[in-house]
Write a protein of this length. Sequence first.
Length: 576
Amino acid sequence: MRMPKKSQSLRVMPLPSHESHAKRFVRRVGQEPFEVSDDVLAEIRTGVVLGRVDRGLEWLTSRRSLLKLLNPGNRNAAGFVSYLAHCAELGDGALGTVRELVGRFQPPIRAKLALNEYAHLRLADGIVALASGEMDSAATHFDFAISMGAQNIADQDLLMLAHFWKATSLRRMGHYESALEHAALGRAISVELGYVSAAGVLKALEGWLNIHKEKPGRALELLREAEVDLRQPEDWLWSANIHAGYGRVALEEGRYELALDHLAKAESLYAAHSPLHRNMARTLVGRACACRLIAARIAKTIDTHAAQRRKAAGRDLAATDSAARKRVEQTRGEALASLARAAQIYRGLGRPALAASRGLGTVKIERGLLLADCGELDGAIREAGDAYELGSNEKDYLVMARARLLQSRVESAQCEEGIDEDPTRHAHRAHDYAKDALNFAEQTGQPRLLASAYISLGLILKCDFFGNADAASECCRRAGEFLNPRNRDMLWEEYQTLSAKVLRSGTVDAKLRKWSQGVVDNKTFQQMTEEFADLVIPSVWLREGRNISRVVTKLSISPKKVRRILLRAGLKPVHN
């Protein structure tokens, strides 16, 4: 790709102090229109492209009375409003001011704007539309700004910012691959122009997109590079986003204590600058999730100790469990407190409806999972139902899938515990909810969500009520395709549970019997070969004392393939 020439029109100016800024630009205007001077425009422009957006926010928050007198016919007005729009997400209520300013540019005024000014105004239109949840409208505005920026070599700032916002909008719609393309283009321009902070922001955005695509290695590489670029106090928002990203990766790796450390750093940055920011709510939900999973692991250890006591009646174990139970209660209490704070922030967001709805739906799902862990199944099913309703109102398949998974989990627990006289009803509900979850997960394309849905369905199919070992085995195989074996989190543990149940079943004999009769279920010979390897190699590995070298020698197969198949089966091969 041919890189753009460095813009010659931008004069990078040292930012003035707050005092000199006030003396220079604040004046008594009465009812006279506010004309944007070249110096004011240059200051706001420089602040945005160099990442010092707090200066733009200062205009939005402390000079609202002055902004009400903005003359939209002024030659600098469109660009000024465009740059202010980039700062709106940092301040509470700032978006409303930007929306009002953009609304002053009625069609007769827009028709008189120079093409470059009009392109900047369209970029501001897109930012306002995105904040209002009008995704299609936002995309149209950003595409126009990109097309105009590509034609205007003298204003590469416009093109860089347009690519950033286009990537942001695509990310919110779940189109991560396309978002990565735009983020990379924006970053290339920022590097060419020497905008270190802007490059850091775009690297951090790419890092989060790689988290969504479940490429943690690449995500961490980009986030670490971005952290080096973003070391100024004004970079607090994306510094917080970076720590939140570290926390997200640690969560998926099963390193829950490390996740809490990073999320605490992100939380402190949001709290110091914008405590009601939407990303603060997301961080609080992540913190609650980490606390819930830590508590679940401790509870699992307690259950193991209880089983040991039934055999050995050890007093020391009982004393240890007493302290552990207190920690479980405390950790779950912290999770509930974080969820309550997150819900309060999400309720205050208003528009866009999707952001508030998804946030509240996620809060309810996390609270439902906590209640399920505590055995409060009625409360868990209510939270799951509320979350599903929130998701369905917005056709948010992510929330709908996760809500159905929670409902399936609760129904399975009620079936296993024989809570009422008709376990059949709970078994069928658990199955139907898991099927719904899988259908919704396929709409999102998110690997971990798909894996979770296949695992849930597989466990239900393998239970005593259905006893469909072949279908459960197929679910296990499909789940393995979407999991990263390096992540040892709770989802991986659930996968191992399903794998162990499948391996203990008579699936091997049934499958070989079907194949010998020519029943191949529309599978290719290559697919049958892969399934045969999945069935045979784990058994040979167990028979050979869990020694990979012996399996390699016995079957003349590569050790890499043996390890891959064992990991897919939920087993833990030892490097030997």
